[in-house]
Design a protein around this ligand. Structure first.
Ligand SMILES: Cc1cc2nc3c(=O)[nH]c(=O)nc-3n(C[C@H](O)[C@H](O)[C@H](O)COP(=O)(O)O)c2cc1C
Length: 156
């Protein structure tokens, strides 16, 4: 299995209803393909985490990246994912209010955007090894922490 977390920038306006239908449509499609994860939106940015079979995730990531409603800024892939982090969430939209309890996702957004700016700038100060090992492990640490807290957040 594979897990992908990415940050993207919305290119069209999303209001509450548009977000709800995006998540509901995604959940229905994901259910059929055994994809689980969550979607978060704040200040014109999406953070989405998806997990499932390698080929399915690869295909979905391609579809999502082509979607003109947003622009993917940075994605981090975890290969050889052993077990699902969010087995019961086919695409749960996380609300801001819920995350105020978790106080975590905005950290992940900022961090992924920060990483993107480093890569974009080809910053010499960034150690290649850090980009490959240290940074992804920090990212997954945050995603795992959210997974630990999912009981508190409730089912979709
Ligand atoms: C932020 C964002 C997240 C999305 N997440 C999913 C998803 O989890 N699953 C999914 O099937 N489509 C998702 N979509 C929609 C896809 O980009 C695409 O519109 C949908 O899969 C239908 O694809 P099709 O027209 O090729 O059938 C997402 C779109 C956006 C903008």
């Amino acid at each position: 299995m594979r897990g992908v977390v990415y940050v993207s920038e919305a290119l069209v306006y999303f209001d509450k209803m548009a977000l709800e239908s995006l998540a509901a449509e995604a959940a229905a499609l994901n259910f059929d393909r055994g994809i689980t994860g969550y979607l978060y939106f704040e200040k014109d940015r999406f953070v989405q985490y998806i997990e499932g079979d390698d080929d399915t995730i690869e295909d979905l990531m391609e579809v999502i990246s082509r979607d003109k409603r947003h622009r993917v800024l940075h994605a981090v892939v975890e290969h050889e994912l052993k077990e699902r982090r969010f087995p019961s969430w086919h695409m749960r939209q996380l609300r801001r209010k819920e995350l105020l309890e978790v106080k975590l996702e905005h950290l992940l957004t900022d961090y992924l955007v920060y990483l993107d700016s480093k890569v974009e700038a080809e910053d010499d100060a960034v150690d290649e090894d850090d980009l490959e090992t240290k940074y992804p492990s920090l990212v997954w640490g945050m995603v795992n922490r959210l997974s630990d807290l999912r009981g508190k957040l409730g089912a979709y």
